[in-house]
Design a binder for this molecule. Structure first.
Ligand code: 6PG
Length: 234
């Protein structure tokens, strides 16, 4: 089960980071796939099976839709309902992207929050212990969509970009922020990902490239967790 494997990886990374540094900094992915992972993590806490020192976890988000936190499309709302409201994590450890604001303002405030929590200067890049990512059938990841202006961002950690396919802004971590991570964990399942997963991992026969292929932690571990359906062409 894809969700269980992802929950095990999350707990492994968390325990390793907490043992090594006293905290675990993680950027959660959005969309629908992570919900089952978060639900299992919440259940583990209740059963005590794999309980974690949630007070030592710092929660960030890989991206957010340009909506308020109570909106049905909010990645924060999904994570809060399936996990964050069910574990004893201090509210000050949850660093939400304020999707209710002007998108550029939300990006700037989130970047400032990142720098503050990581204790880094204006030019340094934070090193997340774990960045969780999903992949869309079009090869996007986080809110880094094909053709997006965000793909070219080399300095900012966070940016707001227009997502043509949704006719809306999105706020997203940039490749510099993602590729500085100690670990990146892609979770992709379902037959709608089969062709794109082949393209991402083995190359598109037409030679086209996709945003998810630009995720290469410079000094970190990259793991893909996929189910049989998504792996059908590998
Ligand atoms: C989002 C995510 C996005 C997601 C992929 C896969 O905000 O939607 O950040 O990158 O991970 O689109 O989504 P599913 O898990 O719903 O297939």
């Amino acid at each position: 089960m894809l969700a269980r494997a992802a929950a095990v990886e999350f707990l492994r990374a968390a325990r390793h980071a907490i043992a090594a540094t006293g905290r675990f900094t993680v950027a959660l992915s959005g969309g629908s796939t992570p919900k089952a992972v978060f639900t299992l993590l919440a259940q583990d806490h209740v059963t005590g099976a794999n309980s974690l020192r949630w007070d030592k976890v710092q929660i960030f988000f890989g991206d957010e839709r340009h909506v308020p936190p109570d909106h049905a499309d909010s990645n924060y709302r999904m994570a809060n309902e399936s996990l964050l409201s069910k574990v004893p994590i201090p509210v000050e450890n949850i660093h939400r992207i304020e999707g209710e604001l002007n998108a550029a303002d939300a990006a700037a405030r989130y970047e400032a929050r990142l720098r503050s929590v990581f204790g880094i200067s204006a030019r340094a890049v934070p090193r997340f212990d774990l960045v969780m990512l999903g992949m869309g059938p079009d090869g996007h990841t986080a809110s880094l969509f094909p053709g997006s202006s965000a793909l070219a961002e080399k300095n900012a950690l966070v940016c707001a970009a227009w997502a043509e396919k949704f006719q809306a802004h999105r706020i997203t971590l940039t490749f510099p922020a993602i590729n500085a991570a100690a670990e990146v964990l892609f979770i992709a399942g379902g037959a709608d990902k089969t062709t794109m997963l082949r393209n991402i991992l083995h190359g598109d026969p037409s030679g086209q490239t996709y945003p998810a292929q630009t995720v290469h932690p410079a000094n970190g571990r990259l793991t893909w967790l996929v189910d049989e359906a998504a792996a059908g062409l590998l």
